[in-house]
Design a protein around this ligand. Structure first.
Ligand SMILES: Nc1nc2c(ncn2[C@@H]2O[C@H](COP(=O)(O)OP(=O)(O)OP(=O)(O)O)[C@@H](O)[C@H]2O)c(=O)[nH]1
Ligand SMILES: [Mg+2]
Length: 264
């Protein structure tokens, strides 16, 4: 199997079983890794009970407590690389991302993209049912990120993404420090800085119907200061050199990318 979908969960008991059913019913076959942070609502137990229904396709990593989305994904990325998956997907467990759109991300990566981003803010992309304030915060974050970093991505906070394995191998995860939306921005920024090709594909994002959002003021604050930090690091601290994983087989290739592209 070449495709792994990583889904971080915290209190998603109303969503997880239904979402897994949808994913495993797709025409394209995926393996799924749930990263659960000891959800008090018993999300992990629901997943464990589904092992018999989806043998060899469903995996669970349990962590000791709520350690944040960013570290959950990094845990999942390391697991995926260790097992040799070649297309590694991120998706929320709240149906904001439609499993039917996984195929679009896969196709984009199959046809030349190194990273495919499910984007709300390119032509054809949409947001449904979000309060006006949430839309403004999200759009504001996108514009702010683009103005500061010049990264040519319309939806930098998007959490519906497919990474080719060699992109993740090329990134030094020790340098990825953010947790919320800033984590999503940082991963794309690192991939872009290392010279990888990022393609946005339009998706319709729908607000969650069940369960509660884990968004909070701290996550917004981290986004605001996080982007400033990325800008600062890329101007004065040689961000590209820091974020590159020198142990990876990709090292040689990425070095030639570095030689050929200017610094920001
Ligand atoms: N493992 C783990 N998963 C988390 C954590 N925080 C959030 N998640 C999961 O990450 C995904 C996104 O979180 P949401 O609460 O939907 O946050 P959001 O999508 O940024 O915000 P909303 O659009 O308001 O829902 C969901 O699947 C959550 O269950 C965490 O600390 N650990
Ligand atoms: Mg959500």
């Amino acid at each position: 199997m070449e495709k792994l979908l990583i889904i971080p969960t915290y209190n998603e008991r109303e969503n997880v079983a239904l979402l897994l059913k949808k994913v495993f019913n797709l025409h394209e076959e995926f393996h799924v890794l749930i990263i659960d942070d000891a959800s008090p609502d018993g999300t992990a137990d629901i997943v464990k009970n589904l092992f018999v229904t989806y043998p060899g396709r469903l995996f669970l990593e349990e962590r000791v407590g709520k350690l944040g989305l960013g570290t959950a994904y990094i845990h999942g990325f390391k697991w995926a690389l260790d097992k040799g998956y070649r297309f590694i997907f991120e998706m929320d467990c709240d149906f904001s991302h439609n499993p039917n759109d996984l195929d679009k991300l896969y196709r984009a990566c199959k046809t030349g993209a190194d990273v495919a981003v499910g984007s709300r803010y390119i032509k054809g992309g949409k947001v449904e049912n979000w309060p006006a304030l949430r839309v403004s915060i999200s759009k504001g974050a996108s514009i702010y990120t683009r103005l500061l970093t010049f990264m040519p991505i319309k939806d930098p906070t998007a959490g519906f993404v497919c990474y080719r394995n060699y992109v993740l191998e090329a990134i030094n995860f020790d340098e990825i420090s953010f947790v919320g939306y800033a984590f999503q921005i940082e991963m794309k920024f690192a991939a872009w800085k290392l010279g990888f090709k990022i393609k946005e594909v339009p998706i319709t994002f729908i607000d969650r119907q069940y369960g509660v959002s884990k968004m909070n003021k701290g996550i917004v604050k981290e986004g605001i200061f996080g982007v400033l930090k990325l800008k600062w690091m890329s101007m004065f601290k040689n961000y590209r050199r820091r974020v590159k994983n020198y142990d990876s087989a990709f090292q040689q290739q990425s070095y030639s990318v570095e030689q050929n592209s200017g610094t920001m």
